[in-house]
Design a protein around this ligand. Sequence first.
Ligand SMILES: Nc1ncnc2c1ncn2[C@@H]1O[C@H](COP(=O)(O)OP(=O)(O)OP(=O)(O)O)[C@@H](O)[C@H]1O
Ligand SMILES: [Mg+2]
Length: 394
Amino acid sequence: MGNCLAKQGDDDQVKKKITAATNKPRTSPATAPVECSIIHDATAALEAPCTGKIVKPNLKMFPLDDLKTATRNFKPDTILGEGGFGRVFKGWIDPKTFKPSRVGVGIPVAVKKSSSDSLQGLEEWQSEVKFLGKFSHPNLVKLLGYCWEESCFLLVYEYMQKGSLESHLFRKEGPEPLSWDIRLKIAIGAARGLAFLHNLEKSVIYRDFKSSNILPDRDFNAKLSDFGLAKLGPINGRSHITTRVMGTYGYAAPEYMATGHLYVKSDVYGFGVVLLEILTGLIALDKNRPTYGQNLVGYAMPSLSDKKSLKKIMDPKMDQQYSIKAALLIAQLILTCLESDPKNRPSMEDVLSTLEKAQSIKHKPKVKKALNKEQPKPIHYSNGYSKSRTHSPQ
Ligand SMILES: Nc1ncnc2c1ncn2[C@@H]1O[C@H](COP(=O)(O)OP(=O)(O)OP(=O)(O)O)[C@@H](O)[C@H]1O
Ligand SMILES: [Mg+2]
């Protein structure tokens, strides 16, 4: 048995959640959150089926000491990131026994550890185990197991090599800027994950759709993480009324913010905001931008309907290497996702098919004339006029 050794997070790194508001006493749960059986082979757990399905939760209950060893005592240089729940560490385990292994041996895992002042706490941890342990889909991050000991709550996930979409889009000293094709690939993966949840017999509302919860693997196949806020959805498009409004400012749908009414289509709004981030390279909410531009939706929406203004807000990091026709299609899609009446927003299946259509529109780079030395020279007649002239000079 050990103690929780990781330090508290820096406040400025933690994004603003909408009153995550779990002011409840944080005690260890008396019973396991879901019926879980111990699995003995992570390779099997990581082999995603082609399509999604609901599976019997098959989660490993990790001893805290094992997770400490796997992350070298939650060493700061293993930190992958930090959110409202706490810090995320990279660790290594044996894929057969799930026992900790040496760095570089076995498989890498991401260990999310609650910080002692986490507002999200126990309830989210339970929800994560309940939902994510149950679903198996190539576009949902796999939860391998969990741990709760000594008032520490931990979750162990498959490790996603490329971090989060957020880090790729916005981090200044981050990885290479994403190309248009990769951006679309990520959007399509995320849309597939969300469509799967919405189309379950009892649809699941994700509730916290945002770029930091979209994690690409080494080939940029995107997976959704963090089901801590997920809710079973309403039936027949009616709303699910929640007493506490949760989610993240900048992404949450207006009807949900205003009334607490939650619809499957509230997720579609969040998807529209992320698409807007993908297009513009600007984060949904940024207090450091001038007042008029702090909220991305308010700032960028008026520019989405015509080509000229759209070009002005497109992410300059893409260096215009995209088809403007495809970009316009995405811009139109965003406008429908951001409709104020949830009924007018498209379903995630419709969103997916529009994204796939945009993906099929290929970019034809314009060849600059001045640099165009390779082109065949026009054939000149002896009088010095090229053949392409329709009329001979008088
Ligand atoms: N499975 C994973 N593999 C690799 N990196 C991960 C994984 N899960 C999380 N991370 C990294 O840790 C960061 C923090 O994740 P976390 O979900 O705790 O917070 P967040 O999504 O930024 O905020 P919030 O708490 O509001 O959801 C992510 O942005 C990502 O960079
Ligand atoms: Mg997250």
